[in-house]
Design a protein around this ligand. Structure first.
Ligand code: NAP
Length: 248
C-alpha cells in the first residue's frame, strides 16, 4: 500500500482528503499556488504526518497524487513531476468559474480526459469530484460499517483504478468503477450522483451560503448499489451549462 499522498491544491477538497489520509496513517505533502509557508496553519492542524512543499515537490513525493485544483489550472500542473504517477483528479467543469473550454462545451472531452491529455505520462483517475468537502469527512466509515458510503471512480488504466479504490477504502469509502475517462461525465455536475444524494434536499441559496449550509449537515450514506443505479440513470447534458450547485 502506498503511504505518501501528494496533494496539488489544498483548499476545500484537498484539505478534506488530506485530513482523511492522515487519520488513515498516510504521510501527506500539501501544496498550493502561493507557498508552502501559506499552508503552515493547515500543516500544524494535521500534525506530524503532514508537511507543505511546492506542487512539483508534492508530485514527486507522492506514491499517489491528488490534484484538487480548479479545472482552469489544469495547464499549470507539473506534468514532468507527475509522469509515471497515478493522479486522482477531483475537478469539475464550471464555465462561470473556469471560463469556457470549447472541447468540453461540445462534449468532445470530459474534464478528466482533458486532464489526462495534459498529464500524458500519468494515469488519471477521476475521484472525489461528486461530494462536498464536509460530507467527505462526515460520511467516511471503516470497511465493515453498515452505513458506509461509496464514491464513483473512472479511468482508462485498470491498475490505477485499483490503486484509487485501495486509497478510497483506506480513507473510508467503497469505490464504484463507472468506466473510462470518457465515461466520467456520468459523475459530473448535472448528473444524479453529483453531490445531492449525499446531502438530501438543498434549499436555494448563494454558493457561499450553500457551502456554509453543508457544514451543518451530517450527510446521507449512499451505498455502492445506489451509486451504481444513479450513474446508470445519468443523461448527458451540455457541460457548458453546468451551474455551481446552489444556482438552481
Ligand atoms: N468544493 C466542493 O464542493 C468540491 C466538491 C468536489 C469537487 N470539487 C472540485 O475540486 C477542485 C478543487 O475545489 P476546491 O473547492 O477544493 O477549491 P479551492 O478551495 O478553491 O482550492 C483550490 C486549491 O487549488 C490550489 N491551486 C489552484 N491553482 C493551482 C495550481 N496551478 N497549482 C497548484 N495549486 C493550485 C489553490 O491554491 P491557492 O489557494 O494558493 O491559490 C487551492 O489550494 C475543483 O475542480 C472543484 O470543482 C469541489
Amino acid at each position: 500500500m502506498s503511504r505518501t499522498l501528494g496533494l496539488i491544491g489544498s483548499g476545500m477538497i484537498g484539505s478534506s482528503v488530506a485530513r482523511l489520509a492522515v487519520a488513515a496513517g498516510f504521510e501527506v505533502v500539501l501544496s498550493n499556488t502561493r507557498s508552502p509557508e501559506s499552508l503552515a496553519g493547515l500543516v500544524a492542524d494535521l500534525g506530524g504526518r503532514a508537511r507543505a512543499a511546492t506542487p512539483a515537490e508534492a508530485a514527486r513525493a507522492g506514491d499517489l497524487v491528488v490534484a484538487a485544483v480548479p479545472l482552469k489550472a489544469y495547464g499549470q500542473l507539473p506534468a514532468d513531476a507527475l509522469a509515471g504517477k497515478t493522479v486522482l483528479d477531483t475537478s469539475n467543469y464550471y464555465p462561470e468559474r473556469d471560463g469556457h473550454l470549447a472541447e468540453l462545451d461540445a462534449g468532445a472531452l470530459t474534464s478528466s480526459a482533458l486532464m489526462q491529455r495534459r498529464l500524458a505520462g500519468s494515469r488519471v483517475v477521476k475521484a472525489f469530484n461528486n461530494i462536498t468537502p464536509h460530507q467527505l469527512l462526515s460520511l467516511a466509515r471503516p470497511t465493515v460499517a453498515p452505513d458506509r458510503s461509496a464514491l464513483p471512480v473512472a479511468g482508462d488504466d485498470a491498475e490505477a483504478k485499483a490503486e484509487a479504490t485501495e486509497l478510497l477504502d483506506a480513507l473510508g469509502y467503497d469505490a464504484v468503477d463507472i468506466g473510462t475517462l470518457a465515461d466520467s461525465w456520468r459523475s459530473e455536475p448535472n448528473t444524479p450522483v453529483y453531490i445531492r444524494p449525499y446531502l438530501g434536499d438543498v434549499p436555494a441559496m448563494s454558493v457561499d451560503a450553500f457551502l456554509r449550509w453543508t457544514l451543518g449537515t451530517p450527510g446521507i450514506a449512499v451505498s455502492s448499489a445506489q451509486v451504481g443505479a444513479l450513474v446508470e440513470t445519468a443523461v448527458r447534458l451540455p457541460a457548458g451549462e453546468a451551474r455551481l450547485p446552489s444556482d438552481d
